[in-house]
Ligand binder design. Structure first.
Ligand SMILES: [Zn+2]
Length: 250
């Protein structure tokens, strides 16, 4: 047997389980519910899921995307988040091996994934997600080897203050709110996670992505200048790309 097969399998299964926990957080945190308990229910019929029905991805596949009890369709977002977490775990494990840096970068990528999905769906960025990202970013600092304490501190300040300034300028020019407080907190956390230069790249790419998608939606008549674009989702996506390609554009 290939000696790399077992660790790879553990990483994939671990990634799927993290994805399943992220689904719980993505569903419950914006609704003000606890992420620790009780066990998940079908949102359609309220039936508590059995242990077998909580197996990520597999249960979705054997139930053919439907609740085993009421046959209501399970939104494809659930298996997609599990799959995305498993892919992120695999890619980051290939980059970092079994190390603190792996756990830190995968933890951060998971937080960004959850923030992206919640902001996309609800246009909010829960404080709890940002706090989790800050803890992971600063706790892993001494071992990560990617970002120095100095860069993380500067990134945190630049991320917070830079976006506060953008928010104030936008309010002054347009006379209304353009950027939520959640975006500012996310930006500060991103600065701590990616360092100053990483924060700059991610915020430029995220902003460009948001503008391009916004313009496309306007052209296709599905949005106008007043439509709220989930800016945080684009920032989170750009942050994940930077975690996956650490020397991107450097
Ligand atoms: Zn059901």
């Amino acid at each position: 047997m290939n000696p790399n097969l077992l660790p790879a399998l553990v990483v994939v299964i671990g990634g799927l389980c993290v994805g399943s926990f992220l689904n719980t957080c993505i569903y419950r945190v914006p609704r003000g519910l606890s992420v620790l308990g009780p066990r998940s229910k079908c949102p359609h019929c309220g039936e508590t899921l059995t242990a077998g029905q909580l197996i990520p991805l597999w249960s979705y596949l054997i139930q053919r995307g439907r609740c085993a009890h009421c046959r209501a369709p399970i939104p494809p977002g659930y298996p997609l988040v599990e799959l995305a977490a498993a892919l992120l775990a695999t890619a980051l494990f290939r980059l970092e091996g079994f190390s603190v840096a792996f756990f830190q970068t995968f933890g951060l990528a998971s937080v960004f994934l959850a923030i992206g999905v919640v902001d996309w769906r609800h246009r909010i960025i829960p404080d709890g997600f940002v706090a989790a990202g800050l803890v992971i970013a600063f706790l892993g600092l001494p071992w990560s080897g990617r970002v120095s304490a100095w860069e993380a501190g500067l990134g945190f300040l630049a991320g917070g203050l830079g976006f506060l300034a953008v928010q104030a300028i936008y309010r002054w020019v347009r006379g209304r709110e353009g950027m939520g407080d959640g975006d500012i907190k996310l930006s500060a956390m991103m600065g701590a996670a990616l360092g100053l230069s990483g924060w700059l790249q991610a915020s430029v790419e995220g902003s460009l992505g948001g503008v391009v998608v916004g313009v496309l939606l306007i052209i296709r008549g599905r949005a106008n200048m007043q439509t709220a674009i989930p800016f945080g989702a684009f920032l989170a996506g750009a942050a994940i790309i930077l975690l996956l390609i650490p020397d991107y554009l450097r």
